[in-house]
Structure formats: structure tokens, C-alpha cells
Design a protein around this ligand. Structure first.
Ligand SMILES: Cc1cc2nc3c(=O)[nH]c(=O)nc-3n(C[C@H](O)[C@H](O)[C@H](O)COP(=O)(O)OP(=O)(O)OC[C@H]3O[C@@H](n4cnc5c(N)ncnc54)[C@H](O)[C@@H]3O)c2cc1C
Length: 460
């Protein structure tokens, strides 16, 4: 395949110009720099250039540093909230939902760190005025509500952000999600604190600035938690529930109203509406679509039992109802563009199954090597179908790798599977350990970092 005969392949997204990771990094840098630059420029515009900062005299810079960290904590918290809005398509420029979540996660970390430094600097700044001043900050008078709101917002932030950074080990996903709802009240209380104690802005300026940012964050929060479950979810009926292997099922769904247009490699949030379900009813979970876009309006989803909700879904039956929301993500791209290497492990095969099924419908030009990683043949539940498709699709090769027979994937195996690894776009999906191993092997074998795309089925 040469660039001249490369053409857009139906059902696949075109490649993004440049690696998505780099774009995420720039967005993150932009969002991290925006609040400090605005705060410093804004404060200089209103209170003048600070002329009295003397490095050797902490009293002159601890107080401004305290104010700045407070502004940063609030601004980054609000920006993280704005990014938590979930709208199909909005994640595309960043290379998908996982890229967007990464930026959201780092903004949360930056907000928490600043929120911890903020009182620390202010307490240190108050020390020269004697223990009374420090005590007043630590234990404000009952009527000093602007100070209380600061401590309360910090407490809430610690409560809902500590599990995200796994301070106390890996939390249960649903409990983590519930705790994360505290982001809303924390932001509201922090806004009241920020407006009441604004030092670098006049009260009117503080109300307008924080009010605007707060409103945008509130819209995102309200859409995500209030409106999107009502407006963005589409009802589907289960037509078939095929057992692929022990603990793995593939659902075939047909839309009760409008279907969801998607491209190979994208995922949806699935919410069962089955009151008899033993666990996870009305709980949304992300699943990659395993059917081809060419099969629309029907959608298929392969589900492995990895916890209580996905375990309960193993027993659903035809005629029952689920809701789908999406599509999200941007994992695979047009195979007509460049030779590709796909590496899938376990249920992480689903994006490649969707893409292979699509190729069998459209008969496009492609040069793809798929390495199918499973423990053994009994766990390679999509292998036979994929081998069948590869017999019909020119340019698609399927190579199984069985861990129990062959051990870990290694450089020799990869080199034998595809000699031209430096020229291939690589896509890896599966358990985190497999992703880390293949990233390291591929980089060693000459695949440029920017040509390695990974997706772990894990948002925490
Ligand atoms: C982008 C993406 C695509 C996925 N595609 C598939 C697929 O095609 N087939 C498949 O079987 N599984 C897929 N998963 C994984 C699937 O979402 C989890 O297995 C499922 O949510 C587990 O829920 P549980 O209650 O059964 O298990 P739990 O014990 O609650 O969770 C097990 C682990 O699954 C993850 N998880 C749980 N709930 C969520 C959630 N709402 N959002 C994100 N992660 C969660 C967490 O890492 C958690 O530790 C995908 C995940 C992601 C992020």
C-alpha cells in the first residue's frame, strides 16, 4: 500500500494530525498556565506591580503566595469540573475520552496540591503577628464564615480526591464515583470562600470572574449528572445474548428509537434497565462496541465478568432493555492510511473485532497484523471468527499468542510477526501489564513513541 492509493475507509476515523498524547499535553499546559497568568496579570492591573517583594523577607511573599495558591486551587477545580462534561464528539480533538480524562485527572491533582499549600502559606505568613493570628486562621470564630468555608472546601476536596490518587489503596469503583459527587458542593463552598476573601480583585470583579467560571462548571456538572441520563441515553432491546466463553457474553442490541452512529474502536456507556438484575441495575459502565459500523442499526457488545455489574450482565436474556450513551473514544484510525500492528489481550480484543468485522464488510485495502493474546485456546473466544475474516480480507493476518504455552510476549515473537515494526502504526488494548510490556518492546524494536496507541479498559 502506498500513500497515493491510501483513501478514507468507511467506518474508521481518519488519523489525527500528530499524536494525541502531545495535544493532551499542550491542553494540560495551557489549562495549568491560564489561571496563574490571569491571576498575576489581573492583580497587577488592579493593585499595581508588587514592588515590595523581598526574597530574604518571607513576610513579603508568603501572603501573596497564599492568595495565589488559593486562586489556583479554585480555578483548577472549576476547570476540571468543566472537563467532566461528557458530550459525544467533544473528546475527539484530544484523541478520545481517555485523553480528556487524563487532563481532568491532572487538573484535579494540581487543584488538590494548591489547596493544601494555600492555608500552609497563610499560616506561615500569620506567624510573625503572634500565635493569636495563627489560631484565628486555624480555629476561626463561629461567625467568620468565609474562613470556615475554606476549611470545609479543603476537607471535601481531600475526601473526594484522595481515592482518585489511591492514597489509601485502590477504591471500589462505584464508591469512588459516589464520593466524586462531592466535587459539586466542594466547588460551590470554595467559590463562596474565594469571592468573600478576594484580595486581588474588587468585590464586583470577584463576583463576575468567579461567577462566570462557576456557572460554566455548574452547567457541565448539571448536564453530566442531571440532564445527560435523561437526554443522552438511548433505549435498546437485547435481541441475543451469546455466551462466548465462561464469564464472557456478547449482546446483540437493536434500537428502540434512534441507534448510535460510531466508528470502529469507539465505546458507549451501557446502563441496564432490568430490575431483576442481581447487581448493577441502572449503573452505567463503559463497553467498546464489538460489531462493525456496517451492521448498524444493530450494535454488539462483548462483556467479560470483571466485577459485580459485569458478572450480573452474564445472565441477561433476549427481550430485556438497556440504555446506551455515546459514542466516545478515538482508539483506532483508518487502516488504509498506514500499515498497522494490532495487539489485543483478553476482552481488549473488542475494538479489533469491530474493525475486522468492518473490513470484512467493506473489503478495503489494508496491511494489518493482529496479535491475539490469550491464556490458552479456550480463552481465545474471538479467534476462530477473526481467522475466518482474515481468510477473506486481503492484508489482514491474525497471529495467536498463548501465554500458558509461550510465556510473555517478547521481542523475538513481535519481530517474527511483523518485520517492519518501525513503519507500522501500533494499537494495543488489554490489561495494563500487557500494555506496559508491549510499549517497552515496541519502542526497543524501533516503533516511534508517537506511533504507539494504547487503550486500557480502566478509567481510574
Ligand atoms: C474505554 C473502556 C472500554 C471498555 N470496554 C470493555 C469491553 O468491551 N468489554 C468489557 O468486558 N469491558 C470493557 N471495559 C471494562 C468495563 O467497563 C468494566 O469491566 C466494568 O465497568 C466493570 O464493572 P463491574 O461493576 O463489573 O466491576 P467493578 O468491580 O466495579 O470494577 C472492576 C474495574 O472496572 C473498572 N470500572 C468499573 N466501573 C467502571 C466505570 N463505570 N467506568 C470505568 N471503569 C470502570 C474499574 O477499573 C474497576 O476497578 C471497558 C472500560 C473502558 C474504560
Amino acid at each position: 500500500m502506498t500513500p497515493t492509493n491510501a483513501r478514507r475507509t468507511a467506518g474508521f476515523l481518519p488519523p489525527l494530525p500528530g499524536p494525541a498524547g502531545r495535544r493532551c499535553r499542550w491542553l494540560l499546559i495551557g489549562l495549568l498556565l491560564l489561571p496563574p497568568v490571569t491571576a498575576v496579570v489581573g492583580s497587577m492591573a488592579t493593585t499595581g506591580v508588587p514592588g515590595s517583594l523581598v526574597f530574604s523577607d518571607p513576610a513579603t511573599w508568603l501572603q501573596p503566595l497564599g492568595s495565589l495558591t488559593g486562586i489556583l486551587a479554585l480555578a483548577w477545580l472549576l476547570l476540571a469540573l468543566m472537563l467532566s462534561i461528557r458530550l459525544p464528539g467533544l473528546d475527539q480533538p484530544l484523541g478520545g475520552m481517555l485523553g480528556l480524562w487524563r487532563v481532568h485527572h491532572y487538573l484535579g491533582a494540581a487543584a488538590l496540591l494548591s489547596a493544601l499549600l494555600h492555608p500552609l502559606f497563610l499560616l506561615l505568613a500569620s506567624a510573625p503577628q503572634g500565635p493569636g493570628a495563627t489560631l484565628a486562621l486555624l480555629q476561626p470564630m463561629p461567625r467568620a464564615w468565609p474562613l470556615w468555608t475554606g476549611w470545609l472546601a479543603l476537607g471535601l476536596m481531600l475526601l473526594f480526591l484522595a481515592p482518585s490518587f489511591q492514597f489509601f489503596g485502590r477504591p471500589a469503583y462505584q464508591r469512588w464515583k459516589l464520593l466524586h459527587l462531592l466535587a459539586g458542593p466542594a466547588a460551590l463552598i470554595a467559590l463562596a470562600h474565594g469571592i468573600a476573601l478576594a484580595r486581588w480583585l474588587s468585590p464586583q470583579q470577584a463576583i463576575v470572574t468567579w461567577g462566570l467560571l462557576g456557572s460554566l462548571a455548574a452547567v457541565a456538572f448539571f448536564w453530566r449528572k442531571g440532564l445527560s441520563p435523561l437526554l443522552a441515553r438511548r433505549p435498546f432491546q437485547i435481541d441475543r445474548a451469546d455466551v462466548l466463553a465462561n464469564g464472557v457474553i456478547e449482546l446483540t442490541l437493536s434500537p428502540l428509537r434512534r441507534t448510535i452512529e460510531f466508528t470502529a474502536g469507539q465505546f458507549v456507556y451501557l446502563t441496564p434497565d432490568i430490575p431483576e438484575l442481581e447487581a448493577g441495575n441502572r449503573e452505567e459502565h463503559p463497553y467498546t462496541i464489538s460489531s462493525a459500523p456496517a451492521e448498524l442499526p444493530t450494535i454488539r457488545i462483548g462483556i467479560k465478568s470483571l466485577g459485580d455489574a459485569s458478572w450480573a450482565l452474564q445472565s441477561v436474556a433476549a427481550g430485556e432493555r438497556v440504555y446506551l450513551e455515546g459514542p466516545y473514544g478515538r482508539f483506532l484510525s483508518d487502516p488504509a492510511h498506514r500499515p498497522q500492528l494490532w495487539i489485543g489481550g483478553g476482552i481488549g480484543l473488542t475494538p479489533f473485532v469491530s474493525a475486522a468485522r468492518q473490513l470484512s464488510h467493506i473489503q478495503a485495502d489494508c496491511d494489518i497484523t493482529l496479535i491475539y493474546c490469550a491464556n490458552d485456546i479456550t480463552r481465545a473466544y474471538y479467534l476462530r471468527e477473526l481467522q475466518h475474516i482474515a481468510e477473506a480480507v486481503d492484508g489482514l493476518r491474525v497471529i495467536p499468542h498463548f501465554y500458558l504455552d509461550q510465556g510473555y510476549l517478547n521481542a523475538a515473537f513481535l519481530r517474527q510477526a511483523a518485520a517492519d515494526l518501525d513503519k507500522r502504526e501500533a494499537y494495543v488494548c488489554g490489561p495494563v501489564a500487557l500494555i506496559e510490556l508491549t510499549e517497552e518492546l515496541l519502542t526497543r524494536l524501533g516503533t516511534p513513541r508517537g506511533a504507539i496507541h494504547t487503550e486500557a479498559f480502566d478509567l481510574l
